[in-house]
Design a protein around this ligand. Structure first.
Ligand SMILES: [Zn+2]
Length: 119
Protein backbone atom coordinates (compact mmCIF):
# COMPACT_ATOMS: atom_id res chain seq x y z
CA UNK A 1 0.00 0.00 0.00
CA UNK A 2 1.52 3.29 -1.04
CA UNK A 3 0.99 6.20 1.27
CA UNK A 4 1.19 9.76 0.12
CA UNK A 5 3.27 11.98 2.36
CA UNK A 6 1.30 15.06 3.27
CA UNK A 7 2.41 18.12 5.17
CA UNK A 8 0.86 18.30 8.62
CA UNK A 9 0.02 21.97 8.36
CA UNK A 10 -0.61 24.75 5.85
CA UNK A 11 1.36 27.99 5.55
CA UNK A 12 -0.44 31.29 6.17
CA UNK A 13 -0.65 32.06 2.44
CA UNK A 14 -2.68 28.89 1.81
CA UNK A 15 -4.98 29.53 4.76
CA UNK A 16 -5.59 33.02 3.34
CA UNK A 17 -6.37 31.55 -0.06
CA UNK A 18 -8.77 29.01 1.47
CA UNK A 19 -10.45 31.81 3.42
CA UNK A 20 -11.02 33.77 0.21
CA UNK A 21 -12.30 30.70 -1.64
CA UNK A 22 -14.74 29.83 1.15
CA UNK A 23 -15.95 33.44 1.30
CA UNK A 24 -16.58 33.40 -2.47
CA UNK A 25 -18.42 30.07 -2.21
CA UNK A 26 -20.50 31.44 0.67
CA UNK A 27 -21.36 34.61 -1.29
CA UNK A 28 -22.44 32.48 -4.24
CA UNK A 29 -24.52 30.20 -2.05
CA UNK A 30 -26.34 33.25 -0.68
CA UNK A 31 -27.12 34.34 -4.24
CA UNK A 32 -28.35 30.80 -4.98
CA UNK A 33 -30.41 30.93 -1.79
CA UNK A 34 -32.08 34.21 -2.83
CA UNK A 35 -33.13 32.72 -6.16
CA UNK A 36 -34.37 29.44 -4.66
CA UNK A 37 -36.17 31.08 -1.72
CA UNK A 38 -37.85 33.48 -4.13
CA UNK A 39 -39.22 30.59 -6.14
CA UNK A 40 -39.97 27.76 -3.71
CA UNK A 41 -41.85 27.51 -0.44
CA UNK A 42 -39.63 27.20 2.63
CA UNK A 43 -41.25 23.86 3.44
CA UNK A 44 -39.94 22.29 0.22
CA UNK A 45 -36.64 20.48 -0.33
CA UNK A 46 -34.59 23.09 -2.22
CA UNK A 47 -34.58 25.87 0.44
CA UNK A 48 -33.71 23.35 3.16
CA UNK A 49 -30.89 21.86 1.07
CA UNK A 50 -29.56 25.36 0.33
CA UNK A 51 -29.49 26.15 4.04
CA UNK A 52 -27.62 22.91 4.73
CA UNK A 53 -25.05 23.82 2.06
CA UNK A 54 -24.44 27.24 3.67
CA UNK A 55 -24.24 25.65 7.13
CA UNK A 56 -21.70 23.15 5.77
CA UNK A 57 -19.48 25.93 4.41
CA UNK A 58 -19.79 27.73 7.75
CA UNK A 59 -18.77 24.58 9.64
CA UNK A 60 -15.77 24.05 7.38
CA UNK A 61 -14.72 27.68 7.80
CA UNK A 62 -15.03 27.40 11.57
CA UNK A 63 -12.93 24.22 11.63
CA UNK A 64 -10.23 25.81 9.45
CA UNK A 65 -10.28 28.96 11.61
CA UNK A 66 -9.50 26.77 14.65
CA UNK A 67 -6.81 24.85 12.74
CA UNK A 68 -5.14 28.04 11.44
CA UNK A 69 -5.13 29.45 14.99
CA UNK A 70 -3.30 26.34 16.19
CA UNK A 71 -0.85 26.32 13.26
CA UNK A 72 0.03 30.00 13.09
CA UNK A 73 1.29 31.29 16.43
CA UNK A 74 1.03 34.88 17.63
CA UNK A 75 1.32 37.58 14.98
CA UNK A 76 1.28 35.00 12.20
CA UNK A 77 -2.47 34.46 12.70
CA UNK A 78 -5.52 36.69 12.40
CA UNK A 79 -9.22 36.00 12.76
CA UNK A 80 -9.54 37.83 9.41
CA UNK A 81 -7.94 34.91 7.58
CA UNK A 82 -11.34 33.16 7.65
CA UNK A 83 -13.71 35.90 8.82
CA UNK A 84 -14.15 39.30 7.28
CA UNK A 85 -15.74 41.28 10.05
CA UNK A 86 -14.92 44.96 10.30
CA UNK A 87 -12.91 47.23 8.08
CA UNK A 88 -9.42 46.13 9.15
CA UNK A 89 -9.72 42.91 7.15
CA UNK A 90 -7.45 43.70 4.17
CA UNK A 91 -4.93 45.40 6.44
CA UNK A 92 -4.94 42.41 8.80
CA UNK A 93 -4.47 39.92 5.96
CA UNK A 94 -1.63 42.03 4.59
CA UNK A 95 -0.01 42.05 8.05
CA UNK A 96 -0.28 38.24 8.27
CA UNK A 97 1.26 37.88 4.78
CA UNK A 98 4.12 40.23 5.76
CA UNK A 99 4.77 38.07 8.85
CA UNK A 100 4.55 34.95 6.68
CA UNK A 101 7.11 36.29 4.18
CA UNK A 102 9.44 37.27 7.04
CA UNK A 103 9.20 33.85 8.69
CA UNK A 104 9.03 31.65 5.57
CA UNK A 105 10.71 33.67 2.79
CA UNK A 106 10.93 30.69 0.41
CA UNK A 107 7.32 29.51 0.74
CA UNK A 108 5.61 31.65 -1.89
CA UNK A 109 8.37 33.98 -3.01
CA UNK A 110 7.52 33.45 -6.68
CA UNK A 111 3.78 33.91 -6.21
CA UNK A 112 2.24 37.13 -7.48
CA UNK A 113 1.42 39.78 -4.93
CA UNK A 114 -1.55 38.76 -2.86
CA UNK A 115 -4.72 40.20 -4.39
CA UNK A 116 -5.88 41.60 -1.02
CA UNK A 117 -2.80 43.81 -0.91
CA UNK A 118 -3.61 45.68 -4.10
CA UNK A 119 -7.01 46.88 -2.89
ZN1 LIG B 1 3.51 31.15 1.48
Amino acid sequence: MSRETKPKSLPACQHIQLGEQLQAIRDQLFAVSDTINGAYSKSTKAPAATKRAIDGVDRLRSVLDDISWAELPGDRWSTHIYYRAGERTAEEVERVMAEHRRNEPDCCADAPTHPEEGR
